[in-house]
Design a protein around this ligand. Structure first.
Ligand code: EPZ
Length: 424
């Protein structure tokens, strides 16, 4: 198993291109199942979760070919509609494949995606979407099967009492080929949802209301071959912005739309960083010459502060000065990284959904383990600002969402590298 070694306290300097968005690419790959033909995606990130989704599509009968960031998905033949348990267990977001299978074949099944490292993650809203679209749901010994009811999959007025990203994606995927019109009230407004709708419209779907809480999907009979470019990953860009603010220096990120990160960038500026953006060319520059100041953050659905940047910003605030507060209102189990940060000298106290962070400058290097995907990235942020060497194990979590965090941060001047856990 590999680990990450970081020698901290080197200011970051340089420029990088941001990888394609994990949370946009995954539902688009599932959506390719809806078309009996070939769908080409560009700027697809080379990460574990994308490989897992490609394996699922292959298992279901698709042919997936990759060349660099390009991916061609040939979904002319669907041979299976049951997603094997190990796929769902290793990547819970694969559950959106059920919505696409229901839309394409009228049935789909898979094991219940259990909770994960950041919370219970129920799927009651997913099931509500399927029922309201006219699907029958069977739950037998841990497996979930959905199939079109007697009247087929028909348009519906769906009301989500929480703007769940996954449940919104299920509604879109299951209704694109349905009869009539589906309206989703209380839909998620994340940029990844907007991109999924734009991608599907580019395939011949008829969806409007993107970016609002009322999505309207007019069912169509079929889709057509298409190609589409995945936007840059706003969470990866936000992670590196936090790293620059924590370590100091001056970085330029390309291939990312600043409008996707308006709130996190405003918070970075409040810590004392200088943030310059160019929406037309897709660039974000972050420079920091002082010790980061403190913040009060509350996470929430888009456009509020994204829960996926909570841990990286916790690492930034732990490396700064003053007393900060973070309220995590999306996932109840997303403070696990505080323990590892405290092992680096941080002073973080957790009470229910609130973290109180007393900045310490500098933190000191330590051997720490990644608790989850974004928590692992947060430890890299802390290691860049800490004195001495930090060794991060459990990097398989980080590889789920970051193509190569060592490659990217090295390009920005960080002293960071992959190493074997036996010290080589
Ligand atoms: C997506 O997860 C993202 N994953 C997550 O990113 C992200 O943190 C999350 O949206 C919020 O933005 C992907 O896109 C692959 P939700 P998802 O359904 O769809 C509750 C990362 O690090 N809920 O919006 O699972 C749920 O418990 C990952 O890249 C229900 O109660 O998020 C949670 O409290 C982590 N019932 C809240 O909604 C349901 O049926 C948000 O969940 C579904 C969700």
């Amino acid at each position: 198993m590999s680990e990450i070694r970081i020698f901290g306290q080197s200011p970051l300097k340089g420029e990088i291109s941001i990888q394609g968005s994990k949370n946009a690419a995954l539902p688009m790959m599932a959506a390719a199942l809806l078309h009996k033909g070939v769908t080409v995606l560009m700027n697809v990130p080379a990460i574990r979760d994308v490989s897992c989704m490609a394996d699922i599509l292959e298992y279901l009968g698709c042919h997936v070919r990759r060349q660099g960031g390009c991916m061609a998905i040939d979904a002319r033949e669907i041979k299976n509609t049951a997603v094997p348990d190990h796929f769902v267990r290793s990547m819970r977001s694969s559950i959106v494949v059920l919505g696409a299978l229901l839309g394409r074949t009228g049935e789909g099944s898979g094991c219940y995606p259990g909770g994960c490292l950041i919370g219970a993650r129920p799927i009651d809203l997913h099931l509500k979407v399927f029922r309201e679209l006219g699907a029958d749901i069977r739950e037998t010994d841990g497996r979930l099967a959905v199939e079109r009811g007697r009247e087929g999959i028909r348009g519906a007025e769906i009301h989500l009492d929480y703007p769940s990203v996954g449940a919104t994606e299920q509604a879109i995927l299951a209704s694109v080929l349905a009869r009539d019109v589906t309206v989703v009230h209380g839909a998620a407004k994340e940029p990844e949802i907007t991109q999924l709708c734009e991608f599907l419209n580019n395939m011949g779907a008829i969806i409007c209301g993107m970016g609002t809480e009322h999505l309207m999907i007019q069912g169509v009979r079929c889709l057509h071959d298409s190609s589409f470019r995945v936007e840059g990953d706003r969470i990866v860009a936000g992670t590196y912005g936090a790293a620059a603010a924590a370590a100091g220096g001056d970085i330029l990120m390309k291939g990312i739309r600043p409008s996707f990160l308006r709130v996190p960038l405003a918070f970075l500026a409040r810590t004392g960083a200088r943030v310059r953006t160019e929406e037309t060319t897709g660039r974000i520059q972050v420079s920091m010459e002082e010790i980061p100041g403190c913040l009060d953050i509350r996470t929430g659905p888009y456009p509020e502060f994204p829960t996926d940047l909570q841990s990286p910003f916790m690492a930034l605030l732990a490396s700064g000065r003053g007393i900060s507060h973070i309220e995590e209102r999306v996932f109840e189990g997303r403070f696990a990284t505080a323990e590892a940060l405290n092992a680096m000298g941080a002073r973080i106290r957790i009470r229910d959904r609130e973290a109180v962070i007393e900045g310490v400058r500098p933190l000191h290097g330590a051997r720490v383990e990644a608790a989850d995907l974004r928590g692992g990235a947060a430890l890299a942020v802390a290691g860049l600002a800490a004195s001495g060497e930090t060794c991060i194990s459990g990097c398989i979590h980080i590889e789920r969402g970051y193509e190569d965090i060592c490659r990217d941060l090295t390009a920005l001047g960080a002293r960071i590298r992959w190493a074997k856990e036996d010290g080589a």
